[in-house]
Ligand binder design. Structure first.
Ligand code: ZN
Length: 396
């Protein structure tokens, strides 16, 4: 996901702000309709019904009618996708909530034609925005070809950004018959059955120190002060940098895997259930909440969900999901299953045959072999996931 600084003129900015207001209005209407719904009632209106309602609302309200229908309709589609993501067990997204003026300023434009994004000079490009016209943006890095949609946003500091979304082209299989297993480690971000260990580049030690210092200062700064606003911006920027690096890593790693191997095996590890279950409820508090939340942060940080989604986009039909049971306890050399073989987080030493290996690589080899044996035996291979590439929902 590439984000660029958008540079509207002040006249253009006024129309952009209107787009944001319309998108927010429509989104919040949808949130309200769905907030009334609870089990037992007739269902809240779906996307198509909402579109009909939007048409009626536009007929009644001039200020809506003057705005872009595409922007408003797209807000409904975004909402529908956010609801779908909320119900998708593999996606750790929360329930779509109210959008606030000043905080959630943005809108999406779809069906972008190739001629609607162009480069003017080395550092400047422009993009066609409905009802606004050509708006310039800073060409700070290569704009990917095949832009299908974009999202324009304004942050709290009043700066505009544009993020172009492309659906990654499927990468042809190399045809070498090779299978790779990928284990989602915690010590490293991913271990391959080939022995490679991949790490998500997060913040550097210096950046992390700075982030910690700033967060502490932020906690002490007086509410509503200028100083607090500045601190918050610095903290937000550092966190955004971390997210960017994680996304970048997921793109590169998924491309690399799709190019090198015919089949990519991953654990069918339900990230959502792991991340959601820890806290438990008031009546039945979860166990080991603190340990789990540490692990959860790590899972989120390591960008797992994103890596697998990108793999499915780039290698449709070539991603295999394996039941992860016992992959970390089973010896990839002799098949012996013993919890004691996992000497430590990082090291696996088989209690039967003395085979020694990096623990995550051992697990990756089991995943590659599709031998996620259950205690009763038999393997846990599930069918390859064959999903059409989907429009990317971005959180820019
Ligand atoms: Zn062994």
């Amino acid at each position: 996901m590439s984000r660029y600084r958008l540079l509207p003129s002040s006249a253009q900015e006024a129309v952009l702000r209107d787009h944001c207001a319309h998108a927010r209005y429509v989104w919040n209407l949808a949130v309200e309709q769905h907030s009334h719904w609870h089990p037992g009632r007739t269902s809240a209106p779906g996307y198509l019904e909402q579109c009909r309602q939007l048409t009626r609302a536009r007929a009644e309200h001039e200020w809506l009618r003057e705005g872009s229908q595409m922007v408003q309709q797209q807000a409904l589609r975004d909402f529908a996708q956010a609801m779908a993501a909320f119900f998708d067990p593999e996606n750790p997204a929360g329930r779509p909530s109210w959008r606030k003026a000043g905080r959630d300023e943005g809108f999406r434009v779809v069906a972008v034609k190739p001629s609607e994004v162009r480069r003017l000079s080395r550092h400047v490009g422009e993009v066609w925005v409905p009802k606004v016209g050509w708006v310039r943006f800073r060409w700070s890095r290569t704009v990917p070809s095949g832009v299908k949609s974009y999202r324009a946003t304004m942050d709290r500091a009043g700066r505009w950004h544009i993020a172009f979304a492309v659906i990654p082209e499927p990468i042809p299989a190399p045809g070498n018959g090779e299978v790779v297993g990928v284990d989602r480690g915690v010590a490293v971000s991913a271990a391959l059955s080939t022995g490679d260990l991949l790490c998500v580049p997060g913040l550097t030690a210096r950046e992390r120190k700075r982030l910690l210092r700033m967060e502490r200062k932020l906690a002490r700064a007086k509410k509503g002060s200028n100083r607090r606003g500045r601190m918050r911006l610095v903290v937000a920027r550092l966190k955004a940098r971390e997210t960017d690096r994680r996304k970048d890593w997921a793109e590169k790693a998924s491309t690399d895997l799709a190019r090198r191997f015919d089949i990519v095996s991953v654990e069918n590890l339900d990230v959502t259930s792991m991340t959601r279950s820890a806290r438990g409820s008031a009546g039945a508090p979860g166990r080991n909440v603190r340990q789990k939340s540490g692990l959860n942060r790590e899972i989120m940080r390591s960008g797992w969900g994103l890596l697998v989604r990108r793999l499915e986009d780039k290698a449709p039909g070539r991603v295999e999901k394996i039941n992860p049971a016992f992959t970390s306890q089973r010896c990839s050399a002799c098949g012996h299953v013993d919890a004691k073989s996992r000497e430590s987080q990082a090291r696996f030493v088989c209690t039967a045959c003395d085979f020694a290996c990096n623990a995550d690589v051992n697990a990756a080899r089991n995943i590659a072999a599709g031998h996620a044996v259950t205690a009763r035996g038999g393997d846990g291979v599930t069918r390859p996931v064959n999903r059409e590439p989907q429009l990317l929902l971005q959180s820019a």
